[in-house]
Design a protein around this ligand. Sequence first.
Ligand SMILES: O=C(O)CCC(=O)C(=O)O
Ligand SMILES: [Fe+2]
Length: 314
Amino acid sequence: MAVPVIDFSKLEGDEREKTMAEIAKGCEGWGFFQLVNHGISTELLERVKKVCSDCFKLEREDRFKSSNTVHLLNNLVDTKEEGKRLEDIDWEDVFLLQDNNQWPSNPPEFIEIMKEYRKELKTLAEKVMEVMDENLGLEKGYIKRAFSGEDQPFFGTKVSHYPPCPHPEMVTGLRAHTDAGGVILLFQDDKVGGLEMLKDGEWLDVQPLPNAIVINTGDQIEVISNGKYKSAWHRVLAKTDGNRRSIASFYNPSLSATIAPATEKVEKKVLNEGKSENDEEIEYPKFVFGDYMEVYVKQKFLPKEPRFHAVRAV
Ligand SMILES: O=C(O)CCC(=O)C(=O)O
Ligand SMILES: [Fe+2]
C-alpha cells in the first residue's frame, strides 16, 4: 500500500470529477496524499533544494555536530545500557521561515528563492483548501475564512535536516505526532526516506517521489470537517546514511481564529458515508486556535483526542 499520488493538473480538464474524488479519498481515507503536476516549476524546486542544502552546510551542520542532541546520544552510547532510547528529543536540525522573522543570509540567494517558493506554496495551499471546501459541501473559501481571525491565516515554512545518525535504534528523527494546524505541504528529499504515516494501525513509508508535494491535514481540518478528515499520525525515522532534507509549509489558522465544526451539511455527510464502525466518535468543541496551541505545545507527542477536551471551549 502506498500513499495516493494525484495529478493536480487534471483538476482543470475532463478528469476534474475523478481528480476531486481522488483528493476526497486521500483526505478521508489517508490524511496524506502526494501531488504531482502541481504547477510549481521543477526549476524553482531545484533551486530550493540547492539553497536549503547549502544553507545547512554553511550555517548549521557544525552547530548540529556540537548540539545537545548529539551529546545526549553519545552519553547514552557510553552507558552501554541495552535497549535505552532518547525519548524526549528529535534527531533533527530545524529553522522556521515566517513573513516577519529573521532568515538565514547564507547562501546570499537563499532569501529571494525561499520568498518565491513560499508565495507559490501558499497559493497551492489555498487551491487545495478550495478543493476541500467543495468536497465537504462548503462554500468556496470557507476554510480560508475560518482560518482568518483578526489577522490573516498563518503561513510558516519549516526547513529541516535529519543528519546521518550512528544509532537510529536509540532516537527518532521526529517523534510521532499529528500536526496542530490546517494544511501542510511537504517537499521532501528525493532519495533519503524516513517519513512514515500511520494507516489502519500500520506504519507506512511516505515514499520519496522527486518534485512531488506531499499534502497532509492537521487537527483543525479534522475539527472543521467534524471528523471526516482525520489528521494522521506521522513520524520520521533516523537513518544511518544520508542527510534527509525536508521543507514543510504550514497553512494554519491565525491564533485569534475561532475554530468549530462546519455546517450541518458536513455533519450529515459524516453520518451517512465514509465512517467505519471502529472510528472513534469525538465531539469537537468550538475554541480559539491560540488556546489550542497552548495545549498542543505541551501535548504534541501524546494521544490527540484529549487535546480536544483540554482546550477551553468558547
Ligand atoms: O520532515 C518531515 O518529513 C515531516 C515534518 C513534520 O512532520 C512536521 O514538521 O510536523
Ligand atoms: Fe508533522
